[in-house]
Design a protein around this ligand. Structure first.
Ligand SMILES: Nc1ncnc2c1ncn2[C@@H]1O[C@H](COP(=O)(O)OP(=O)(O)OP(=O)(O)O)[C@@H](O)[C@H]1O
Ligand SMILES: O=P(O)(O)OC[C@H]1O[C@H](OP(=O)(O)OP(=O)(O)O)[C@H](O)[C@@H]1O
Ligand SMILES: O=C(O)c1cccnc1
Length: 496
């Protein structure tokens, strides 16, 4: 085989990920087409939504808005970007010249980060010149799909953990297993929004102001002549912050007795062992035995950390099996959004209005038929403060009235009446106007607190991990009417 040599050209000076080139080629070829045909400045509206909650769950935790706004702010084509695009031989000089002055000037309306969101509702809406709103599809979906997937996973793991003991915590340990450095950073941020109380990823913690946390690895123990000297050396260095990993040789026969020796030595020197970590075997059985032994020896405050391929399902099983874990360190499954119904969130970004007229995509699959028009979301709480249903309406409609008929967006044949006694809010806010942010970034602890408050407002059945009750998102009668009319008109026009 002839070895291929790389072409003798310097790699293009592309902007760091997240600039105008972080898009699919077809966005740019369409932009050029809009420009050539004079459509580019038409007022367009695109809605971002998903059709199924991740992990076969009943809800998602909306995350990634702040990085999405950071991406949109100041977005522009640099000279090097234009030179690269020019070199592709696809783009006309007048289009490239127009890109030089291109700026993102649209309006963005969205749910605040940390709110509970559901299938079929517009989570984020971009309204502005068609070519602007088109370009940003790829990056917006990339950021919001991923962070929402991970924040939801964290919320599910925390729910499983706290079903055992309300004070239990989850922490994010996944940098080594994430989809690249960028995936690790975004996942750490999203995990904290979803409920993780810390991350082992130092760069993520420094960037986002997260609590950084950790124990030690097997390598530490293996680097000493024996386990007890390794434990003693760590405790001597970090007398008030030591968590000892018990399973390098044998959790119950070696790790635990050695940790107890060190705990006693620390106490006699005026310190307390902070914790122990279990990283293999049956975590239910081992954590119960370790708790019993620590309590019996007078160390009820030493915390038990568990790790090893954890997920919400394993956590549930550990608790069902009588486990006594205080902190769950979760890696792979959390940062990759792993598990049944995970892997990726299938959020989509659809054109719903152009030049003041409704637009939609027709398809044979009713679940994939988009909902046209500029919209509003109305969210109702019942008398107990729990969320009862969301209704998507036209953007000029008032809150639904009790008794009004609303329909299922995935199946218009199914409809229901709005119950009595609900209070309504319009949860979305304008987060960007004329391409400028309307408010400062929200601190991550606030987003984490918002998520927990949101989850408390979900009906119990919706929050359930397995086979949850589907939360009702409906379309108002007026919006359904507009959709039906447009479907009829499109069928007529296309002879369908
Ligand atoms: N009580 C439990 N219920 C359900 N799953 C558990 C429980 N305890 C541990 N697990 C899971 O079972 C698996 C343990 O696997 P296994 O015993 O093969 O590995 P291990 O003993 O940890 O060895 P190693 O990680 O070193 O390969 C892990 O995925 C862990 O999360
Ligand atoms: O949720 P997880 O993906 O398991 O991430 C956390 C794991 O990462 C570390 O060990 P590592 O997996 O690198 O090695 P080990 O399996 O030999 O402990 C740690 O000891 C945990 O077990
Ligand atoms: O600090 C830890 O215990 C840790 C960090 C990353 C991965 N596994 C464990």
């Amino acid at each position: 085989m002839t070895p291929t040599t790389p072409p003798d050209v310097a790699p293009p000076d592309v902007a760091p990920p997240g600039g105008t080139l972080f898009t699919d080629l077809y966005q740019l070829t369409m932009m050029q087409g809009y420009f050539v045909s004079g459509l580019h400045t038409q007022d367009a509206t695109f809605d971002l939504s998903f059709r199924r909650a991740p992990y076969r769950g009943g809800y998602a935790v909306w995350a990634g808005l702040e990085p999405a706004l950071e991406y949109l702010s100041g977005l522009q084509f640099r000279e090097t970007d234009l030179a690269y695009l020019g070199g592709l031989g696809v783009f006309r000089p007048d289009f490239l010249a127009a890109l030089r002055d291109w700026r993102f000037t649209a309006r963005v309306t969205a749910f605040p980060e940390g709110r509970a969101v559901f299938p079929h509702e517009p989570l984020l809406t971009v309204s502005g010149p068609l070519w602007e709103a088109q370009l940003v599809e790829t990056a917006l979906l990339n950021i919001l799909n991923f962070q929402t997937l991970i924040a939801t996973k964290a919320a599910r793991c925390l729910r499983a953990a706290q079903a055992g003991a309300p004070g239990s915590e989850i922490v994010e340990f996944g940098a080594r297993r994430a989809q690249g450095p960028d995936g690790a950073l975004g996942a750490a941020r999203a995990a904290v929004i979803g409920g993780a109380t810390g991350t082992s990823n130092v760069e993520a913690a420094a960037r986002y102001g997260l609590r950084v946390t950790g124990t030690h690895a097997h390598a530490w123990v293996e680097s000493f002549p024996d386990e007890l000297s390794a434990f003693r050396a760590y405790a001597a260095l970090y007398p008030d912050a030591t968590t000892l990993l018990l399973d390098t040789f044998d959790t119950l026969r070696s790790g635990l007795p050695n940790a107890l020796t060190v705990a006693r030595e620390l106490r006699s020197a005026g310190h307390e062992l902070r914790g122990v970590r279990l990283d293999s075997g049956d975590l239910a059985y081992l954590s119960a035995r370790v708790r019993e032994t620590l309590d019996g020896a007078g160390f009820p405050d030493v915390r038990i950390v568990a790790s090893n391929d954890l997920s919400e399902d394993v956590i549930e099983s550990v608790i069902r099996g009588g486990g006594r874990v205080d902190v769950y360190g979760i890696g792979t499954q959390l940062v990759t959004g792993g598990g049944d119904g995970g892997g990726a969130l299938g959020g989509v970004y659809k054109l719903v209005a152009l030049g003041g007229q409704d637009r939609m995509k027709l398809t044979g699959d009713p679940a994939k038929t988009s909902v046209p028009g500029r919209k509003r979301v109305w969210r109702a709480r019942d008398g107990t403060g729990r969320y009862a249903l969301d209704v998507v309406t036209g953007d000029d409609e008032a809150a639904p009235r009790s008794g009004e008929r609303v329909s299922d967006p995935g199946n218009p044949l199914r409809s229901r009446r709005v119950p009595d006694g609900l209070t309504w809010e319009d949860p979305r806010v304008v987060v960007m106007d004329a391409g400028r942010r309307t408010r400062p970034p929200e601190p991550l602890p606030d987003l984490q607190a918002r998520t927990q408050a949101e989850l408390r407002r979900l009906p119990d059945g919706t929050r359930r991990l397995l086979n949850p009750h589907a939360y009702h998102v409906s379309l108002s009668a007026a919006l359904q009417g507009r959709r039906d009319a447009l479907i009829a008109a499109l069928r007529d026009r296309h002879g369908l």
